[in-house]
Design a protein around this ligand. Structure first.
Ligand code: CA
Length: 218
């Protein structure tokens, strides 16, 4: 899952980025309203964490503009302000949820996961394909009822493939959604991790479609 964090307080932005990366998310950071808006329009994100008080353009205006342009990515707004008036403001302008600073990281993560689930209502809470199941809320993967132990990257790869189960997913899509574009990823990283994953979930579960990508068998 690919996230955009728009926050001008560098320390908070860095802490959020590191924390979320450790959970297996791919995270980009923007430090101003206009930069955030531009990335949100073109970045292919699964959700956005958006501060209200930003240089250039407020978070309210960023989300209003995105909705006006029919971009529907889920938005979690952050603000130092407190009070019902501001929450209503945030939700009125098209944000999906609202968190007042200072917030607990655990709460942020829970709300973010809820948002990602709600983001696409047809998605089941627990992702299932054959004897394989992945519970995003508990970060738990089982195969035929037995727990499968995955690294953060293997988990992120499997989650993305499960959300697209039955479809052919290209290497480029996997690199975009599972790896951080700002890091130099070895070109064969996808193959290497597909190999790791196959060893854990079963070789026949993940087909290679020559020249096109991979498909998780349903
Ligand atoms: Ca701010």
């Amino acid at each position: 899952m690919r996230l955009l964090v728009v926050e001008d307080e560098a320390r908070l932005a860095t802490a959020l980025q590191r924390g979320l990366q450790a959970e297996g998310f791919v995270v980009d950071v923007a430090g101003s309203g206009p930069e955030g808006l531009d990335l949100a329009r073109h970045g292919g994100y699964d959700a956005m964490i958006l501060d209200v008080m930003l240089p250039g353009l407020s978070g309210y205006r960023v989300v209003r503009q995105l909705r006006a342009e029919k971009h529907w990515l889920p938005v979690l707004m952050l603000s130092a302000k407190d009070g019902e008036y501001d929450q209503a403001d945030g939700l009125d302008c098209g944000a999906d949820d609202y968190l007042t600073k200072p917030f607990s990281y655990v709460v942020l993560l829970a709300r973010l996961r809820a948002l990602l689930r709600r983001g696409a209502p047809r998605r089941p809470v627990v992702l299932v394909a054959g004897d394989l199941s992945l519970d995003p809320a508990r970060r738990r993967v089982t195969r035929d009822g037995a727990e499968v132990d995955l690294t953060a990257r293997e988990y992120a790869l499997l989650e993305y493939l499960l959300r697209r189960a039955g479809e052919v997913v290209s290497k480029t899509e996997l690199l975009d959604h599972v790896w951080d574009a700002s890091l130099r990823t070895a070109p064969n990283a996808v193959e290497v991790y597909v190999g790791y994953l196959r060893r854990k979930i079963g070789r026949d579960r993940l087909e290679t479609i020559r020249g096109a990508g991979y498909r998780l068998v349903t």
